[in-house]
Design a protein around this ligand. Structure first.
Ligand code: AMP
Length: 212
C-alpha cells in the first residue's frame, strides 16, 4: 500500500478520503490542520488568529509540530494531509522523509474549483473525534442531526469555514501550489485527480492510484 501526501485546496475532501482510507485500509492519518487545532485548544492565540483569518502558520512551526509526530508513521501506510503548503515546507519535508528513510510515497493532488469548495464548506460539520460530515451530501450526513455517528458528541462548524474565509484560503492555495506540484512532478510521484462529483467515484479513482 502506498504512502500518501495530499496536496489539495480547502474542502477538496482530503479529510473525508483520509477517513475512508483509515476505515478500509488501516491507514494512519496525520493532518496538520488537526494538529494546529489542538494547539489552539491548548491556548496558542497566535495560531488561533492565523487560522481564523485563513492564513498559513509559519513553516518553522508546522515542521516542528510534524517532526514530533511523523516518526510514528514508519511501520504502517500513512496519509499526510495538509502539508506541504509552501515550497519551503516541500524541502523541509523532503529532508524528514530522507532522514526517516520513508519509502513508497506518492503525492495526490485533488482538483476542485472555488464554487464547489464554497458549497462544500458551508455544509461541513466536524466532530472532536475527527469524523467529518456534510449536511448537504446524503452519504455524508450524520444519522441524527448535529450528532456524531461515531461517538455521540455534538457536531460543530469550524470558525474558518465561512464563505469569506474560504476565498482567502483557496487563493492562498492557488498562489503556492504551482512550484509544489512541479517539484513532485519532477520527482515522478505526482498524481492528479478530479475531486468533484460523487464521493464513491472519487474514492474509486483514488483506490486505482494507490493500488497501481
Ligand atoms: P486544514 O484543516 O487543512 O483546512 O487547515 C486549517 C488551517 O490550518 C489552514 O487554513 C492554515 O491556517 C493552517 N495550516 C494547516 N496546515 C498548514 C501548513 N502545512 N502550513 C501552514 N498552515 C497550515
Amino acid at each position: 500500500m502506498k504512502n500518501i501526501i495530499f496536496i489539495a485546496p480547502p474542502a477538496s475532501g482530503k479529510g473525508t478520503l483520509s477517513n475512508l482510507l483509515k476505515e478500509n485500509f488501516n491507514y494512519k492519518h496525520l493532518s496538520t490542520g488537526d494538529i494546529l487545532r489542538d494547539e489552539v485548544d491548548s491556548g496558542n492565540e497566535e495560531v488561533k488568529n492565523l487560522i481564523e483569518n485563513g492564513q498559513l502558520v509559519s513553516d518553522e512551526l508546522i515542521m516542528s509540530l510534524i517532526n514530533k509526530k511523523i516518526s510514528n508513521l514508519v511501520d504502517t501506510p500513512f496519509i499526510l494531509d495538509g502539508c506541504p503548503r509552501t515550497l519551503k515546507q516541500v524541502h523541509l519535508l523532503d529532508e524528514v522523509i530522507k532522514n526517516l528513510d520513508l519509502k513508497n510515497i506518492i503525492v495526490v493532488k485533488l482538483n476542485i474549483d472555488l464554487d464547489t469548495a464554497k458549497k462544500r464548506i458551508l455544509g461541513r460539520r466536524n466532530c472532536k473525534c475527527g469524523k467529518t460530515y456534510n449536511v448537504y451530501i446524503d452519504e455524508l450526513k450524520p444519522r441524527v442531526e448535529d450528532v456524531c455517528d461515531n461517538c455521540g458528541a455534538s457536531l460543530y462548524q469550524r470558525s474558518d469555514d465561512t464563505e469569506e474565509k474560504i476565498v482567502v484560503r483557496f487563493n492562498e492555495y492557488e498562489k503556492n501550489i504551482k512550484p509544489i506540484a512541479e517539484f513532485y512532478k519532477n520527482e515522478g510521484i505526482l498524481h492528479e485527480m478530479d475531486a468533484t462529483g460523487e464521493l464513491d467515484k472519487i474514492f474509486e479513482s483514488l483506490k486505482e492510484i494507490i493500488n497501481d
